[in-house]
Structures are given as structure tokens and as C-alpha cells.
Design a protein around this ligand. Structure first.
Ligand SMILES: Cc1ncc(COP(=O)(O)O)c(C=O)c1O
Length: 567
């Protein structure tokens, strides 16, 4: 591998004729286009990845932006006849604190375009006398003409573009991350753009997001980068422990219409429900309202709490048609202390209007807990209007993130007084100052951070979850719900002829649909589906089908074909 001379070791001859200035200008003009070409089709996560030593690609681009203010100042100094040019900061403090890795590449490129245009405008107006003006370079200690300085800036551009290219092709970058999307892949992407974002082999019909979301390529890449990063713990800065988790909180907050302060990072739904159960008030003989056939992680903790407090669990019976809303609202009464419900039933997608349920609970002073695992990410969720006490969700289903990292929203009153399950050093005020951890703090970090799980700065998982949530937000939850509605209604229409009854659209969410074969669930149905490489779940007497934006009508038709062949 070629090596690149450190910038400060460059030697200069400064011997261009003044008449070469238009050619130097041409080179300076080319920076934005060259930078754009360098990063084209390279995933954001890779552009933000720091090599073992030095800057990420984004930081190199950001640094070139950072210097434009100094460049313009130096042009003025030449024209004003200054003896010495203003010195650059040798520590590059501005670039260090700018946090360029959190800025979208598109934005970095736009800034580069604008700032470079300003510099070019200033230089284009120069006459030969200006171009030959001389000032001393403060670090080199030698006089340079304005044309020499312009060449110096152009070589500095080259240096950082070369360094950025080096990061992309470095052997510490995993080989599969160095590949860009080929033209051919791009064309395929235009046909089924969303599927190409995942690694789902041809022939696989994956309709099982309710079990586990498939992994986005960007998430795989973030994971690989995280694992590679873990090989160099000495390169980790104290900010690396906290900044990515803050970004993750902010992204999740956007999905549920909360503020980042209200989000804690948890490993599972059972953990989040345990936090809620440890905090909500309940007296003997009061009741906890749950759905019939609820997912176990939203049942056991409440049974345990009821046992300890002499309270009762009131299970709302399933009805064969209609939504859950009416029966749940009817079950809420003066003795209700807690209502812990999802937005739809996890087995068949039958819906629950949380706004109405939460309002009924509030009227009797009951706490509202939501398990959003089967909806958040694919179905709109607005905690600002529903106002639950707590909402918890896994991150690995509709949020397409890694297993083992979920989210807990806590209402403002619990952020001030809630009791966490654990007492990690990482949840206390001052945790950022690693030198003073034994100055024990009785204060928590602000907001819902007191509920964070121990070791919440999951270095590998956090990057993966960020990549996943960025993609979910880029699609938009409303759009996801709209697009999959076409698929589930196609299945609902086709199911009847294939010998099955489907939950009607009016009674369910659009991304998850349960169908019940009229002749019962044959034991070998799953095997027949697996043989056809059609992946769905069987939950009790229900075949649960859960498509996402990477699915097409052809996927639904393949499932229907298997059902038809057996009806
Ligand atoms: C409704 C619901 N809640 C929770 C979970 C997962 O719970 P936990 O994170 O406790 O494993 C699932 C998984 O299938 C689920 O469907």
C-alpha cells in the first residue's frame, strides 16, 4: 500500500509562472466535484468511520470546509499587503470539535460547494499584479506569492482527498465495505429499491418482520465497523461512550414523537415492563388490565406484582370480530391501577385505539403502559398525544435493529422520581469524567437516562441501531404503513379462496395480519411453507403474516399459492 507524506512534511518550490494562475484556479474549482465523486454510493456509516488513527472521510471533508474562513482571510491579507499571513491552528481544534461525523454527507458537500464558490469568486477578480503579491507563510517561514498560496491550497485539497480515499481502501476497513454499489446493482435497485437495501437472497419470501426484521446492509456494515473498532480500545475517546447513545435516543424519540430526554436504552421488553412494574402505584384489590393471549413479557411481571400487592390481573377476553378498543375500555373501572397493552395483538394484528384506552385509564387515575414491539417503526405512535406512563419496545422487529437493544419511553413525572432497576455508574451525573468516578453521585443523569440498562453504551449494537433508525426515518413510518397496506389487503382478499379467514382491515393494523385456515392449522403447513422458502409465523391457530417495504405482491402470491395447494 502506498504511503502518504504527512502534510507538515511537504516541501515546496513555489516556481509557477503567474500565467499558470487560471490552471491553478481550475484545480481549486474541482474540489467539490472530486469530493462528491469520492463518496458517491459509499454508505454513510463507512464515511463516518474513523480508522485506527486519524480522521474519517467526513472529517476530512469537514476539515476542508473549516479552512475556508482562514483562506478568505488570507486572500484579504495578500491584497492588503500584509507581511505575514494569519497562522492556521496546528491542532485543528475547529475540526476536532465540529463533530462532522454527525452531519449528513450531502450537507458537507453542499457546504464545500458554497464555501469554495466564495473563494473562487474572490480569486477570479485578481489581476496579474495581485497574483504576484507576496506575504510570508507563518509556519513555513518563507515568502510566497498569491499564486503559490493558491497552489498550496490546491495541494492541501489533494492531500485530504487522498487521505480520505486511503481510509476507504484501508486494510482495516473490511473488504465487503469497500465495495460500492455497481451500475448493475443500481439498476436492480430501481426495480425493487427497498429489497436491495437488505441481504435477502433471491427465492426467499420473508414475511416475518413480526418475528424479527431482516438486517439492512447498512446495519450489517455498522456492526462490522463496530466489531473492528472494538479491536482498538485505545482509540476510543470518552465521548464515544455517550455521543452515539444520545444520537440513538434522539432518533428513536422522533419515531414516537417524544424528546430524547424521555428515552432510556433497555435490553428487552421484559426489562422495560419490570421498570414500569417497579414504579407504578398499586394497592391491594386494585387491578391490572391485560389482553387475553398477551405476549408473556407483558404478563409475568404484572402477575408477580399482583401477587406481592394482593392485587388482581384482569384479562380482557378476545372477541372473534372487531377491535380490542371497546372491550378494553369496558374493562377499565374505578379499581383499575394499571392498563398494560400493545397497539395491536401480537398474533393477528387486531388493533387497539390507544388514544381512547389511555383517556379511559386517565379518567380513573390508572397508569398506562404500552408494549410497542409489534407497531413502533411501522405504525404511527405519538406519545405526546397518548401520554402513556411508559412505552417499551424491542428494537429488532419493526425498528430493524440488532437483538438486545430496545427502547423505553418514560413520561416526565417518572423522569424526575422513577426508581431504576439497576444502579450503574453510567446512569449517574458526572459519569463522563472517568477520573472522578469515586466522587459518588446521588444524582442521576437527566431525563429517562436513570432507567438506562447497565453497560448501555453498547459499542457494536448502538451503531447498528442508529443505521436502522436512520433508514426507518428516511422511509417514514406513515409511508411504511401505507405501502404494506397494499400487501396485507391483497392477502386478505386472496385468503378466502385459499381456504382461510383473515382479520378484516378495519379491525387490524396494516402491517400485520392473522389468517386462520378454515380446516385448522395442519401440522405440516410450516414445513410446506419452508419448502417454498416462504417465511411466516404460526402463533396458536393463526398464521401471522408481517410484510415490510421490501416485499412485493409476488411475495403475497407465493404464500397464497402454498395455501391454495393445500386447501
Ligand atoms: C408483543 C411482543 N412484546 C415483546 C416481545 C419480546 O419480548 P422480550 O424483549 O422481553 O424478549 C415480543 C417478541 O416476539 C413481542 O411480540
Amino acid at each position: 500500500m502506498m504511503s502518504l507524506v504527512p502534510w507538515i512534511e511537504r516541501r515546496w518550490s513555489f516556481d509557477l509562472p503567474v500565467s499558470a494562475f487560471p490552471a491553478v484556479l481550475e484545480r481549486l474549482r474541482g474540489l467539490p466535484a472530486r469530493a462528491a465523486a469520492l463518496v458517491e454510493r459509499v454508505p454513510e456509516v463507512l464515511l463516518a468511520a474513523r480508522p485506527t488513527r486519524g480522521w474519517s472521510v467526513k472529517e476530512h471533508l469537514g476539515h476542508l470546509n473549516d479552512l475556508h474562513a482562514l483562506d478568505l482571510q488570507r486572500v484579504d491579507e495578500f491584497l492588503a499587503g500584509a507581511a505575514v499571513l494569519t497562522a492556521a491552528d496546528p491542532a485543528n481544534h475547529r475540526t476536532t470539535v465540529a463533530n462532522h461525523n454527525t452531519v449528513a454527507t450531502r450537507q458537507l458537500l453542499e457546504r464545500l460547494e458554497q464555501d469554495r464558490r466564495r473563494l473562487i469568486l474572490a480569486l477570479e477578480s485578481m489581476g496579474d499584479a495581485d497574483i504576484a503579491r507576496t506575504a510570508r507563510h507563518p509556519r513555513l517561514g518563507i515568502p510566497m506569492r498569491l499564486i503559490d498560496w493558491a497552489e498550496f491550497v490546491a495541494v492541501h485539497d489533494d492531500h485530504h482527498l487522498a487521505a480520505a480515499r486511503y481510509v476507504l481502501s484501508s486494510p482495516t476497513t473490511p473488504p465487503q465495505m469497500r465495495t460500492r454499489t455497481t451500475e448493475r446493482q443500481q439498476q436492480t435497485a430501481a426495480v425493487n429499491a427497498q429489497r436491495d437495501l437488505f441481504e435477502i437472497p433471491e427465492g426467499v419470501t420473508y414475511l416475518n418482520c413480526a418475528n424479527m426484521g431482516p438486517q439492512l446492509r447498512a446495519v450489517t456494515q455498522a456492526g462490522v465497523l463496530g466489531v473492528h473498532g472494538a479491536a482498538s480500545p485505545w482509540a476510543r475517546r470518552s465521548d464515544d461512550w455517550f455521543a452515539p447513545t444520545e444520537r440513538l435516543r434522539a432518533l428513536f424519540a422522533r419515531i414516537v414523537n417524544a424528546d430524547a430526554d424521555g428515552i432510556a436504552l433497555v435490553p428487552s421488553v421484559s426489562y422495560g415492563i419490570a421498570v414500569a412494574a417497579a414504579n407504578v402505584p398499586i394497592a391491594s384489590n386494585q387491578s391490572i388490565v391485560l389482553l387475553d393471549g398477551e405476549f408473556p413479557s407483558n404478563v409475568y411481571a404484572w402477575r408477580e406484582l399482583a401477587r406481592r400487592r394482593g392485587a388482581v390481573v384482569r384479562t380482557v377476553a378476545r372477541r372473534s370480530s372487531g377491535s380490542w378498543t371497546e372491550p378494553v375500555v369496558e374493562a377499565i373501572g374505578p379499581d383499575t391501577a394499571v392498563v398494560s397493552v400493545p397497539n395491536c395483538h401480537w398474533t393477528d394484528g387486531r388493533v387497539l385505539d390507544l388514544t381512547r384506552v389511555a383517556a379511559a385509564a386517565r379518567r380513573v387515575g390508572a397508569a398506562v403502559i404500552i408494549d410497542g414491539s409489534q407497531t413502533v417503526g411501522a405504525y404511527p405512535m405519538d406519545v405526546a398525544s397518548i401520554q402513556p406512563d411508559f412505552l417499551v419496545t424491542v428494537g429488532y422487529k419493526w425498528l430493524l435493529g440488532p437483538y438486545g437493544l430496545g427502547y423505553l419511553y418514560a413520561a416526565p413525572r417518572w423522569r424526575a422520581q422513577g426508581v431504576p432497576l439497576e444502579h450503574s455508574w453510567l446512569t449517574r451525573a458526572g459519569a463522563e469524567d472517568f477520573a472522578r468516578l469515586t466522587d459518588y453521585s446521588e444524582t442521576f443523569r437527566p431525563g429517562a437516562r436513570r432507567f438506562d440498562m447497565g453497560e448501555y453504551p453498547q459499542f457494536v449494537l448502538t451503531g447498528m441501531a442508529i443505521a436502522a433508525l436512520e433508514q426507518v426515518l428516511a422511509w417514514g413510518v406513515d409511508r411504511i404503513q401505507r405501502e404494506v397496506a397494499v400487501l396485507t389487503s391483497r392477502l386478505e382478499r386472496g385468503a378466502f379462496d385459499a381456504g382461510a379467514d383473515a382479520v378484516a382491515a378495519a379491525d387490524r393494523v396494516d402491517h400485520l395480519i392473522g389468517i386462520r385456515p378454515r380446516s385448522g392449522m395442519a401440522a405440516d403447513l410450516i414445513a410446506a411453507l419452508a419448502e417454498a422458502k416462504v417465511y411466516v409465523s404460526i402463533r396458536g391457530d393463526v398464521l401471522r403474516v408481517a410484510p415490510h417495504v421490501f416485499n412485493t405482491a409476488a411475495d403475497i402470491d407465493r404464500l397464497l399459492k402454498v395455501l391454495q395447494s393445500r386447501s
